[in-house]
Design a protein around this ligand. Structure first.
Ligand SMILES: C[S@@+](CC[C@H](N)C(=O)[O-])C[C@H]1O[C@@H](n2cnc3c(N)ncnc32)[C@H](O)[C@@H]1O
Length: 176
């Protein structure tokens, strides 16, 4: 959950929140704040080219999302420099439960600090929601995001120490 998106100021950083979420194992980003169709379109294009499943949606009521998430048995981790030390917080994450990770933008309302199952500090210095999310996802998945398989991709990069090796994948019927 990305809070407080402002299209004029946050377009690039919210786009990067979405790209990091997708690359490092999340299945969706819910964005609260002003609707931004161009951002949604650019992430949809990335997913169409490089695979999914991954979705981005703008939501009018983020507090409701948090309450519903918890009532359905999911856990909520709020990333904030004021939280518990990352390595301690990870002990509270129950992998078998769905995880909602909250990152802020401008000042984060008290509701999220209180409603979160855990407030997590990725270091106790101010930095960025993009960095905090990347590190949290890496540590939460034990680095297993590296093995994530993306489906319905048009392009796939084959690892190589030099050069660029990109494989074009066969079109699916729905692409035609
Ligand atoms: C640029 S900060 C702004 C924080 C805001 N001024 C506030 O009072 O919450 C934007 C977001 O980055 C994330 N963030 C920044 N530093 C962090 C840290 N050390 N640990 C965890 N998250 C952090 C948080 O999610 C935060 O809401």
């Amino acid at each position: 959950l990305r809070l407080g998106h402002r299209p004029t100021r946050d377009k690039r950083i919210t786009t990067h929140v979405c790209l990091v979420a997708r690359a490092f194992g999340a299945s969706a980003v819910h964005i609260a704040g002003a609707r931004d169709d161009s951002l949604q379109l650019s992430i949809t294009k990335v997913t169409e080219t490089w695979g999914g499943p991954f979705s981005v949606e703008f939501i009018p009521n983020p507090t409701r999302l948090v309450k519903e998430w918890k009532s359905k048995g999911g856990q909520v981790a709020h990333l904030t420099m004021y939280g518990a030390r990352l390595r301690d917080a990870l002990n509270y994450v129950e992998q078998e439960r769905d995880q909602l990770i909250v990152v802020g933008g401008e000042k984060v309302p008290a509701f999220y600090y209180e409603a979160a199952d855990i407030n997590v500090a990725v270091g106790s210095q101010p930095h960025s929601e993009v960095a905090a999310l990347a590190l949290f996802l890496d540590r939460m998945t034990g680095g297993n995001w590296e093995d994530k398989a993306f489906t319905d991709a048009k392009l796939k990069i084959i690892h190589s120490e030099r050069g660029k090796t990109v494989k074009q994948l066969p079109f699916k019927k729905k692409d035609i």
